[in-house]
Structures are given as C-alpha cells and as structure tokens.
Write a protein that binds this ligand. Structure first.
Ligand code: ADP
Length: 540
C-alpha cells in the first residue's frame, strides 16, 4: 500500500542516543555497597557505554550471544542494560537470590558466555564455577563491597576493561524484532521459565510507563527503582527514565527503610517503585523517624497484592500516594495500573481507597479479559470471576527454548496468566488470587489474598499469609501464619484474629483457632513474595 508511514525501527540504542542529545546533563545517582554515592550525567554514561560496547566486541560477543549480569541496582548495571542489546546481544539479568541449583539451571539453559558481577556478590557465584560450562569470563564490578573470600577464574576488572577500550561509536542497524533481554520467572509457582524481550517490546513498554494514564514518568521526575534490575528489568524504569529525561536514583544493596528514606529525601525523589514488603519496611521506619518526603508524588507497588490498610496508612499518616500496579515477567511487566479517573475524585475517601486497592485498568496497549471455567468470557460487572488473560505488544508469545510449554498460550493469541480476577464496569481489575493459591472449602473458593490483606489491616499485625490444608470435611481448610509487632505480641491472640476475620468472612470460611499460627518469619521467594510452595511443603 502506498502513502504509509516510515518503517522506523523501535530500538534500545535510539533511547540511548536521544538521552545523550536531549538530556545530557540529567543525572544518575547510585548508592554503592559501601554506602558511598556515585553520581554522573547521562553524557558520562553514554561515553562509557560506547567503551563498553567496544570491549564486549573485543571479548568476542556477537549478535544473539547471552551476556549475564549479577548485580544490584547501580549505574554500571544501567550501562550494561544499554551496551549489550545495542550490539544485538542479549542482556540476561540473573536473579541473585535464587537457590544455587536454580541459578546453575538458568545459566546453563541460557548458555551465558560472560557474567558481569558486582564485587559484593562474587562469593554467591564462586561455588558454581565448574558447573556453568559456557561461561568463559567474569567481569567484576567493584561496588565497594567487602573483598570476596573466593576467587573467580578468568576474572577481569570492569574499569580496566573500559579504560583499555576504544571511544569510537560502533552502533549497528537493528531490526526492532531482534531479541534484547532475557529474564526468567522467579518460580513462585513452578520451575523458572525464560521470557525473551525484543527491542520493539521494550521500547513500547517503556513508552507505556511514560503515559499520563500510567506511571507518567517525565523529565521532571527523579525516579528511584527499588525493584531490582534482576527482576523483570526493574519494571523497565531503567529504559523509561532516560527515554523521558528523568534523573535516576539507584539504591544499591541497602533496601532498608532508613536508607531508602534518606535517598528519597536527599535527592528529592518524585517516584519510587518496589514490592509491598519493601514499602512495609519503609512505613515502619517513617512511623518512628522524621523525613521530608514532600517531593514524592507516588510510590508504585506491584509484584504482589498491596493491603488496602498500607495504602490507607501511607496516605493518612504521611500524605503519600500509592499507585497499585500489576504485571508479570511474561508481560514485561506492566499490565495494569490503578490510576483513578477524574470522575472518581468526587467519591468518598473510602470509595476511592477501594479503587486504589484494585490492580486497576489495563494500560494503553494491553487488552484484558477474564475467562470462566466453561471457557466463556465473564462480564465486567465487578462480581463475576474468571482467569485473567492478556494480550499486547509486550506480552510473551512463548517461553524461551521451551516451545512445548504451550499450556498458558491460548490458541487465539491470548496469554493465560493463572491469576483469578474480577473486572468492574470501569475496567478496574482486581486479583482474587493465583489459581494455585485459592483455597477450596466445601466446593467454594476462599481468596487467600483477601484473607491475608484483611488480617494485615488489624493494628499490630506486620505480615499474614494464608494457605490451604487438606481436610476431610472441608476439602481444604485455611491455615494462617501471622507475624505480630513486638508491642502486639502480648495482646493479640488467635481468637482476636478469628473475631476480626468473622467481620468479613462467613463462619465456614474461617480458620480453626489451632490453624492460626504466630511465627517470627514467613518464607519469601527471591523477589520478596510469600513462598506458598515452601509453606505447603512444611505443612505436609
Ligand atoms: P513469579 O510468577 O515467579 O511469581 P512474576 O514476578 O512474573 O514471577 O510474578 C507475576 C505474578 O505476581 C502475577 O501473576 C500475580 O500473581 C502476582 N502479582 C504481580 N503484581 C501483583 C499485584 N499488584 N497484586 C497481586 N498480585 C500481583
């Protein structure tokens, strides 16, 4: 057809070139493992990325080669985010918190050739040497962490590599459908599966983060991605921020409330993003320590459900606004974000809170639907429940080197998320549970997420996690694990939790008193979610 638009390729190096031309003086601030601050401009970053690209070429990296990172959130990790895909190679962000066997499996499955590793993490990887066959070099990035006790064979210092490298630009022509990055699911419900992103999907997904109807990342922002760069590309914030000219603030390894609050205050952070457990820690820090966080326009929370009480408490106690977002490794991850409409501003505080606690409407570019057990699409009435399916330009269409894993890919082009949801008349989606975590009692389902969130709304409860226990009478009976604050440990008993729950749940849904356990910790996955697989194993 004549007269159409240009066939312009959407690629990661185009984001890089633009930030260097348009926002060269905007800044990247990184807190290092030794608590020191590193600060430079996007212009400085650009020059180092060119050197890094030349160095990678010299190391023999070719298109489609997998180059892994094993690192905290920092400027060097950002350099790798751009340099590797700009050579048509594939950035493979390794999750540093996996078990050694999982790590070994993933490195071998991806056939990583080089691993860039923070010095403070070297000791995590040394035991794997000899088991990760294709890895020929380790490039060590001195993040100020303590000297490792073990030694890596074929190790090269990152800064030496850069200083001995060329400064000449070596950009390639890249088709937008070229693979750019590889990320494995964190394995909350099964073995890790690889998802391969493309330049195009990453570019469009980054655009979506900049839309006013989603996270609205813009040039005025100072963005703090607490979500790790080894977890779904830190929700693409490392691409969306340079794309829009926002400054970046990286937290490094220290993600405790004090460190985050200090960074937010010192660098006037406007937008921060992370999983609920991180913000829970911050909330408790802020309760006892004074910080000026007036610059913060929003905190994005996703990865697991945010208790309504946390949204409420942050707002009531500190005037802080939470954006609840939903996504998965397979969706790059951004799928929905709970941004209230203008019309909703006239609702009461509690009505608004109910909308904020939902995972929200799909962002532009993503389509959602919910399918019931009979395979029919359920209506958007705020009541009907079904499995969430999604489609869009940044949703995976198969798993990396695993095309036989077809179960989650519907034949009509939708991805089955495994999340059970209802969608209301406004298009706001609410997750009831993961399909595998629903608790079946007398033929009815109980949402473990609902139960957890309701218990976490009780003052003195720090964390609560619900799973099902096989039960002859009920099919499954809910079992609750609860962590109390120090002050509440003496006063809150199982019967108080039971009474609180009975305000919302029918009596047949309630856990027995003997199934309410007070514990000191609840096992978490590598990305801070309740590890229900592990809890079920222990219960057995
Ligand atoms: P894994 O599948 O190994 O947990 P992911 O990080 O890809 O790794 O997890 C995606 C899942 O996390 C989603 O399918 C959903 O169950 C859960 N999730 C993500 N964001 C939210 C949210 N805001 N509320 C509830 N659950 C969420």
């Amino acid at each position: 057809m004549n007269g159409l638009m240009m066939d312009y390729q959407l690629t990661i190096p185009s984001i890089l070139k633009r930030v260097n031309q348009v926002y060269p003086n905007k800044r990247v601030i990184s807190k290092l493992a030794n608590e020191q601050i590193h600060e430079y401009t996007y212009r400085d970053m650009y020059k180092r990325i060119i050197r890094l690209m030349n160095a990678l070429k010299k190391l023999g990296i070719k298109p489609e080669d997998r180059v892994a990172t094993f690192a905290w959130n920092s400027y060097r990790h950002l350099e790798l985010y751009f340099a590797i895909p700009s050579l048509k190679a594939i950035l493979h962000t390794l999750n540093i918190r996996l078990f050694p066997e999982q790590m070994e499996f993933i490195i071998n499955h991806a056939e990583d050739q080089i691993i860039f590793i923070d010095k403070s993490l070297v000791d995590v990887i040394t035991p794997l040497q000899g088991k990760i066959g294709k890895v020929r070099n380790f490039i060590v990035m001195d993040d100020g962490g303590k000297e490792p006790s073990g030694k890596l064979a074929n190790a090269i210092d990152y800064e030496e590599l850069l200083s001995s490298s060329l400064e000449e630009e070596c950009f390639l022509q890249i088709d937008e459908n070229t693979a750019s990055a590889l990320c494995y699911t964190s394995g909350t419900t099964g073995e890790p599966k690889g998802v391969l992103y493309s330049h195009r999907s990453t570019y469009l997904h980054s655009f979506a983060l900049c839309l006013a109807g989603s996270l609205a990342i813009c040039e005025r922002d100072n963005v703090l991605p607490v979500v790790p760069m080894f977890h779904v590309n830190a929700w693409a914030i490392p691409y969306a921020s340079p794309m829009s000219g926002a400054n970046l603030v990286f937290p490094g390894p220290n993600m405790l409330g004090k460190s985050l609050a200090e960074l937010m205050e010192s660098y006037r952070v406007t937008l921060a993003a992370g999983v609920p457990t991180i913000w829970n820690l911050l909330y408790h820090h802020l309760k006892n320590n004074k910080h000026d966080l007036a610059s913060l326009r929003a905190m994005v929370i996703g990865g697991s459900a945010v208790p309504k009480s946390l949204i409420d408490n942050f707002y009531k106690d500190f005037g802080l606004n939470i954006i609840h977002a939903w996504g998965m490794t397979e969706t790059s991850p951004l799928g929905t974000a709970s941004i209230l409409t203008k019309e909703m501003e006239s609702l009461t505080y509690n009505e608004q809170l109910n909308f904020k606690a939902k995972q929200g409407p799909p962002v532009a570019g993503i389509e959602i639907r919910a399918i019931d057990d009979d395979g029919k699409e359920v209506s958007w009435d705020g009541k009907s429940i079904g499995e969430l399916e999604v489609r869009g330009p940044w949703v995976a269409k198969e798993y990396y080197k695993n095309p036989e894993l077809k179960e989650q890919f519907a034949s009509d082009g939708w991805f089955k998320t495994g999340d059970v949801v209802c969608i209301d008349e406004n298009g706001f989606m609410e997750i009831t549970d993961r399909k595998k975590d629903l608790i079946k009692t007398r033929g009815e389902w109980i949402s473990s997420v609902d139960m957890e969130n309701y218990v976490m709304g009780l003052k003195g409860v720090l964390e609560a996690c619900a799973i099902g226990r096989q039960d002859n009478v009920k099919d499954e009976a809910p079992v609750l694990y609860v962590i109390l604050s120090k002050d509440a440990a003496e006063t809150i008993k199982a019967k108080d939790i039971y009474t609180h729950l009975s305000n919302k749940f029918a009596h047949w849904q309630l856990p027995k008193l003997s199934d309410i356990h007070f514990v000191d910790s609840i096992p978490k996955t590598s990305v801070g979610k309740f590890d229900k697989k592990e809890l079920r194993k222990r219960l057995k």
